[in-house]
Design a protein around this ligand. Structure first.
Ligand SMILES: [Mg+2]
Length: 343
């Protein structure tokens, strides 16, 4: 008899893994608690106030290369990616916990810089570090951050609230971070780079969590589902589709792209659709809005932030079906990125 190969993590993938093991932990939760499946867990606190908790893990060689990102940028980014999840729930971040596994021989000066980057963002956003754990690592550097925040239960926005007909929108440019990553992996030093390339690398290394935007949008009743763009809209929209039981149509010509990204893509031959839709770590917000209310909301958003709220698609009733279009023609995602086909 042929021996069956044991199931490995590669067979399930990240989301298959979470689906397999989260089921038991979602059973018997009190109705006031939101567990695995959104940007943050939501816990009852006092009265209408809710406690938000999120966590992220950064592993050397998986999420970052120590010779390609400065310690100060990594300190900023480790906190920023967690704040982005608080922004996605419309919350205000308050407290953080930081656990680090440190390889032997790591210079303390590296941590002086790491904490300089962390503290600057922490001060700006009102986040206090309350504790954590420090240990040795026999492999690379491992950084785990937990952030807790608060919000009013009236303003909570979940991934599960999208409805057919909603406009899909984003609060910032897409693809800059992926562009920056491609440049980092190519070049040895950011010194002496042209301004466009420096801009994209900065967008990758120092993402800005959209906290103000998140709190503003959370207060608008016409905003239905909201999450942050961490894995790229192609992957993140699938989370909204699963949770909301719907489908999505994306109009690629409407994706907001920075002039720097467009110029770099032209010069270096990048497929812009692939960079913008499949690239991750932009950390802007992805939301769905009741269609009739979108134009007025976009105007209010522009008045407040002086940046557009970009409509990029529509929610459909085709369960778990994500379709891309360019100028009315369907575009499909092939194995090696996006393949265009015409009908
Ligand atoms: Mg998230």
């Amino acid at each position: 008899m042929k021996k069956r190969k044991a199931l490995t993590i590669e067979d399930l993938g990240e989301f298959g893994f979470i689906a397999r093991f989260s089921t038991d932990f979602l059973k018997n939760l009190p109705p006031t608690v939101l567990g695995i499946g959104d940007d943050c867990a939501v816990l009852p606190w006092k009265g209408r106030k809710k406690l938000l908790i999120t966590t992220d893990l950064l592993v050397e060689e998986v999420h970052f290369l120590r010779d390609k990102i400065s310690a100060a940028d990594l300190g900023h980014k480790a906190l920023a990616v967690n704040l982005s999840d608080i922004a996605a729930m419309g919350g205000r971040p308050r407290w953080a916990f930081l656990s680090i596994a440190i390889p032997t021989g790591t210079p303390i000066a590296w941590f002086d810089d790491f904490f300089r980057g962390w503290k600057r963002l922490g001060r700006r956003t009102g986040v206090h570090l309350l504790g954590g754990d420090t240990t040795a690592s026999k492999g690379g550097l491992v950084i785990n951050v937990v952030v807790a925040g608060e919000t009013d239960q009236r303003y909570l926005k979940y991934r599960s609230a999208a409805r057919p007909g909603d406009v899909v929108a984003v609060t910032g440019d897409l693809g800059d971070s992926e562009g920056g990553l491609r440049l980092i992996l190519k070049k040895t030093s950011p010194a002496g780079l042209p301004p466009d390339e420096r801009y994209l690398i900065r967008r990758h290394c120092r993402p800005r969590p959209h906290l103000e935007e998140g709190r503003f949008l959370a207060r608008q009743p016409e905003v239905r589902a909201m999450m942050d763009v961490s894995d790229g809209i192609d992957s993140d929209l699938r989370r909204i589709m699963e949770r909301s039981g719907c489908g999505v149509k994306i109009y690629l010509e409407n994706l907001p792209l920075s002039p720097a990204l467009k110029r770099c893509a032209r010069r270096l031959g990048w497929n812009l659709d692939e960079v913008a839709a499949a690239g991750g770590e932009d950390y802007c917000l992805l939301l769905t809005v009741a269609r009739n209310d979108f134009p007025a909301l976009a105007r209010r958003f522009y008045r407040r932030f002086r940046r557009p709220l970009a409509a990029i698609g529509l929610i459909t009733d085709e369960k778990n079906r994500l379709r891309y279009f360019r100028n009315q023609l369907p575009v499909i995602l092939g194995k090696s990125g996006f393949d265009h086909f015409k009908v």
